[in-house]
Design a protein. Structure first.
Length: 157
């Protein structure tokens, strides 16, 4: 998932600390309320530690009534797609469902790569569900997944 819309006009110290704007807060909440209808809580959330991704997770999970283990990861803030793949490949095999909340362009590149290169539109607050074709996280790689849901927050208005 990509974080919700941030506030470019807010008084903040650096991009890392940029908060969500009102539309972003609303979108994250709407997405959570929508996801609760068909998706149980992820076993683990890997979330960039930037303010806007943390706020996105907080609003999303509250609206979805999710209680998941969460890891805030500084490296997800400016990560490469390879870093995300490595994080996924090294997950505990007991985990079934993992949500990654990050930033563009990495989120879109990872999603596109997982499904074999088809471009995926990833505006703010977009949720992408990809089913993996293996029971082993270590097998995650290019073309190993299938796109099962692609939900743009703006489609929920």
């Amino acid at each position: 998932m990509r974080h919700a819309k941030s506030d470019w006009d807010a008084d903040y110290s650096g991009d890392f600390n940029r908060p969500l704007n009102n539309r972003g807060k609303s979108s994250a909440t709407k997405m959570g309320a929508h996801l609760v209808d068909f998706m149980s809580a992820p076993d683990l959330v890997l979330c960039s530690s930037s303010l806007r991704t943390r706020q996105t997770y907080t609003l999303l999970s509250a609206a979805a009534n999710w209680e998941s283990d969460i890891e805030f990861d500084d490296e997800l803030y400016l990560s490469t797609p390879m870093y995300v793949f490595e994080r996924l490949q090294n997950l505990d095999q007991a985990l079934n469902k993992v949500l990654v909340i990050g930033h563009q362009p990495t989120t879109g590149i990872v999603a596109s790569s997982l499904i074999g290169g088809k471009l995926v539109d990833v505006p703010t607050a977009t949720f992408i569900e990809i089913e993996h074709n293996s029971d082993n996280w270590s097998d995650v790689g290019i073309g190993t997944g299938q796109l099962s849901r692609h939900i743009l927050a703006r489609s929920l208005d």
